[in-house]
Structure formats: structure tokens, C-alpha cells
Design a binder for this molecule. Structure first.
Ligand code: NAD
Length: 456
């Protein structure tokens, strides 16, 4: 362990031990600090996101700055309620007594973020951890260096520097951080590294929240509003150039509308490609990876491949009927490639999804309540969004997280507060009454009465 990391953790723990982070006023000031940081530095942060990923400024505002601002504002508004004690009923054999639960901060926590929404995925978990009253290290992604540098500069100016520390770096620094005995780790990124994180955490029995990825399917039922569905699917696919953990990875379209819907989605993608500013692919390796996914898929490509290596902008490509065993249908795409698979029925779509790892999210376009209920009941996914995409992550009060290989635990809103709190159970009994019959040997009459009143 380098002296820097050791000293940082000692400093954080010393801050925690002062008790100041437990104070609701301190927490609200930190949350307001997050809002001020975002609002005062909108332009600078937007430029950093543009330098890292070529994100159009409005996309950055919508999916990064404003989303974190909403999380912080929601936490300020509800913190008093979330932090309250909850009374619990006391069974007759334990009476007289009071029982309650109260949330307590966990202590020192580590938050590790990926590069695709490098601001949002670092600061939204930080909002949850601050609301719950923790001290923390924030580890931004080294693959978004401009955003990482901006956060490292701004965070100490807006947040309590003795309670929130940004540690920049890549694998080496993260490995060193992971070796520490944290009270909680929230990691967002790939499933592969999620396993590394969980293994490191297991050494200290540190609980983890893993926000991972996977292939999120979109079902298009024959009774869907096809026009709206095509536009929304195309928008969600080109958002951040498909580098979104909850992007629609591939489509399962009912046969009756497959031909028509595919051509509609192709048209919408072509319009976005020609008219809207595009986010870049994060780096050369990811461009190579995406071009690799277009090899050997066995399907038909419906939009021309076009990649600008200078700007790293990749045009969307639709792949009709790829081989389910090919890489594009096995790996998370995380880019502007959209496989379209025709299914005979909703049952077939459900079977297709059930035969694969449980996804982070599932999208369904239908006008039928029965189809909606059937898909909700018969599939597993971290979240579901019906007749739209991606916006489920913007509803602050909805817990956000995966299931199985797409993750464990959740955050956003109260779910985030709960993730970073321990629910402490407390029982309190008065001492003024302490009759002898409650101790052994229990008198036969007392045994009989107790069994009677507990309806044994
Ligand atoms: P990544 O796992 O490569 O990197 C994420 C973080 O882990 C970075 O901070 C990086 O420094 C660190 N890291 C990388 N390799 C490491 C190692 N060997 N040991 C320790 N730390 C290491 O992930 P990524 O490529 O940045 O992100 C893409 C993935 O993240 C996709 O699968 C996507 O679906 C997923 N994702 C999930 C969510 C979600 O909220 N569930 C959000 C965004 C991205």
C-alpha cells in the first residue's frame, strides 16, 4: 500500500470518527455542494465530456449534469424522512419494550466509475453515499481523462475535502484501493472487472454494489405503435453512440411487423446519423472491437458501415438476422450496432431472453396489457421500460440496478440512501419492572398463561 492511499484512508476515517458526517445539516450542505459544482461549472464539465467522448453539450446536460442535479435535489428534499427511525411492533413475550430501526452511515466507502457517463456514474453514487453520511474515495475512469481531471480539481472546492477524496488512476491505482478494508464498494463497469472487485472485497467481507452490463433486449410486439417505437429505439441506440449500459442491445421483433419495423428503424437511424451530432467511440481499441463485431455475424447489414478514424465517429449499422452464436449476439455491443431478430411470437421472444444471462434492462413495445403482464411475469431483468427506453434511469425514485450477471444491489433515490446505510435494529426495555417469573425456573402457571396469550 502506498503511503498516499494509507494516509488518505486514515484521514477519511478520522473525519468519520468526528461524527460530523452524521449530521443532517452537513449532509445537505454536501448535496447542495454537488448541485453548485454542476451549475457553476456547466461549461467546463461539458467541454471535458466533449474532449473525452465528443458528447454534444445538450446530451451531457441531459444525461450527466441534470441527472446528478436531480438526484441531489431529491435527496435534499427527502433526507429528513429517509433518516427517521422506524418503530416496530414488539411481541408479547418481549413487552414492555420499544423496538425501532434507524439508518446509520456505513463509514468509509469506495466508488469506482466507468468512462461512458464518467460524471454521472461517479457523482450519482456519491450523492447517495453523502446523503447517507459517509466519507469516501471517488475513483473516476482513466479512459475519460479530461472529466477525471475536472472532477479531481472541482470536488475539493465544493465538498468537504476531509470527507470526499478523488483518486485518479487506472488498474494499478484501483487495485491498490480495492485492497483496503472499505465499509462498502460501489462499482460500475464491466462484468469481468465486477468479478475482480467482488473477489478483492471478499477478503475483507466488504459488501458490494455492482452496476454491470450485458445485452439488454427490446421486444417489439405486433400491436406496438411502430412509428413511435422506431424513433425511440433509434434515439436510444445512437445516444452516446450506443455506449450506454441500458442501451437497447438487440431487437426481437414479431414476424407480422418485422419487415416493416426494420425498415422504419433503419430510416430513423439514418436520419439521426445525418442530422444529429454524434458522440465518438471512446478510443481506438473500442472502434476495433466494434468493427470486429461486424465480422462473421452471418446476417444482412442494412446501413452502410462508415467510421471516421479521426473523430472516432461510427455510423449506426443494423444487422438483420445475425447468427445467435456470433460475437455480435454473444457480447455486449456497447456501440451503434443494432441486431434485429425476427420471432414468431411473444412466447418465442421470452424463450430467447430466458435462455440468456439476465439483462440489466428489458424494453417492450406493445399496446396490450396482457402482453405487458406476461413479459413482466415471465422474464427477469434489472429494470423494465415499456414503450420507451433509457428514461427509467432518470426517475430518481426508481431503484437502479441489475440482477444476476448484470449486477447486484441498486441506487438512485432512497435505494441509494439505503445502499450506503446500515439499518440498525434497536430494542429498549425499561428496568422498573423485572419480575422473578421471567427467569428460570419459569413457574408452571406463567408458562401456561404465556402459551395461552401467545395463542400457541
Ligand atoms: P471497466 O470495467 O473496464 O472499467 C470501470 C472501472 O474499473 C474504471 O474505473 C477502471 O479504472 C477500473 N478497472 C478496469 N480494469 C480493472 C482491473 N483489472 N482491476 C481493477 N479496476 C479496474 O468498464 P468500462 O469499460 O469502463 O465500462 C463498460 C461496462 O460498464 C459495460 O459492460 C457497461 O454495460 C457497464 N456499465 C454499467 C452501468 C450500470 O449502471 N449498470 C453503467 C455504465 C456502464
Amino acid at each position: 500500500m502506498s503511503t498516499d492511499v494509507a494516509a488518505t484512508i486514515d484521514r477519511l476515517r478520522a473525519t468519520y470518527d468526528t461524527g460530523r458526517t452524521t449530521d443532517l445539516g452537513w449532509r445537505k450542505r454536501q448535496l447542495q455542494g454537488v448541485i453548485d459544482l454542476l451549475k457553476d461549472n456547466e461549461e467546463r464539465l461539458s467541454e471535458a465530456l466533449s474532449a473525452d467522448l465528443g458528447k454534444p453539450p445538450f446530451d451531457s446536460w441531459l444525461t450527466e449534469l441534470n441527472l446528478v442535479k436531480d438526484e441531489a435535489a431529491h435527496a435534499i428534499k427527502h433526507l429528513g424522512g429517509w433518516a427517521k427511525k422506524t418503530k416496530h411492533a414488539v411481541p408479547i413475550v418481549v413487552q414492555p419494550a420499544q423496538a425501532w430501526t434507524e439508518p446509520q452511515p456505513l463509514g468509509a466507502v469506495l466508488i469506482i466509475a466507468p468512462w461512458n457517463y464518467p460524471l454521472q456514474l461517479l457523482l450519482a453514487p456519491a450523492v447517495a453515499a453523502l446523503a447517507a453520511g459517509n466519507v469516501m474515495v471517488l475513483k473516476p475512469s482513466e479512459l475519460a481523462p479530461a472529466t477525471s481531471a475536472a472532477i479531481a480539481d472541482l470536488v475539493p472546492r465544493y465538498l468537504d475535502p476531509e470527507a470526499v477524496v478523488v483518486v485518479e488512476g487506472g488498474v494499478a491505482e484501483t487495485t491498490e484501493l480495492l485492497a483496503q478494508p472499505w465499509d462498502h464498494i460501489l462499482y460500475t463497469g464491466s462484468t469481468r472487472v465486477g468479478q475482480v472487485v467482488m473477489e478483492a472485497a471478499a477478503k475483507h467481507l466488504t459488501p458490494v454494489t455492482l452496476e454491470l452490463g450485458g445485452k439488454s433486449p427490446t421486444i417489439i410486439a405486433a400491436d406496438a405503435d411502430l412509428k413511435v417505437a422506431a424513433k425511440r429505439v433509434a434515439w436510444a441506440k445512437i445516444l452516446n453512440a450506443g455506449q450506454t449500459c441500458i442501451a437497447p442491445d438487440y431487437l426481437l421483433v414479431e414476424k407480422a411487423v418485422s419487415e416493416k419495423f426494420t425498415s422504419m428503424v433503419v430510416d430513423e437511424l439514418a436520419t439521426f446519423r445525418d442530422k444529429a451530432p454524434a458522440t465518438s467511440i471512446v478510443n481506438e481499441q473500442h472502434l476495433d472491437r466494434l468493427e470486429g463485431l461486424l465480422e462473421g455475424h452471418g446476417g444482412e447489414e442494412l446501413l452502410p458501415r462508415k467510421t471516421d478514424r479521426d473523430t472516432r465517429v461510427m455510423a449506426p449499422v443494423v444487422v438483420r438476422q445475425p447468427d445467435p452464436a456470433s460475437a455480435v449476439m454473444q457480447e455486449e455491443i456497447f456501440g451503434p450496432i443494432l441486431p434485429v431478430i425476427t420471432v414468431d411470437s411473444i412466447d418465442e421472444a421470452i424463450s430467447f431472453i430466458k435462455a440468456r444471462p439476465r439483462p440489466l434492462t428489458l424494453y417492450l413495445f406493445t399496446s396490450s396489457d396482457r402482453t405487458e403482464r406476461k413479459v413482466l411475469d415471465e422474464t427477469h431483468a434489472g429494470s423494465v421500460c415499456i414503450n420507451h427506453l433509457v428514461y427509467q434511469a432518470a426517475v430518481t425514485s426508481l431503484p437502479f440496478g441489475g440482477v444476476g450477471p448484470s449486477g447486484m444491489g441498486s441506487y438512485h433515490g432512497k435505494a441509494g440512501f439505503d445502499t450506503f446505510s446500515h439499518t440498525k435494529s434497536v430494542l429498549k426495555r425499561p428496568t422498573r419492572m423485572d419480575p422473578g417469573f421471567v427467569y428460570p425456573p419459569y413457574p408452571a402457571r406463567v408458562q401456561k398463561i404465556l402459551k395461552l396469550i401467545t395463542r400457541w
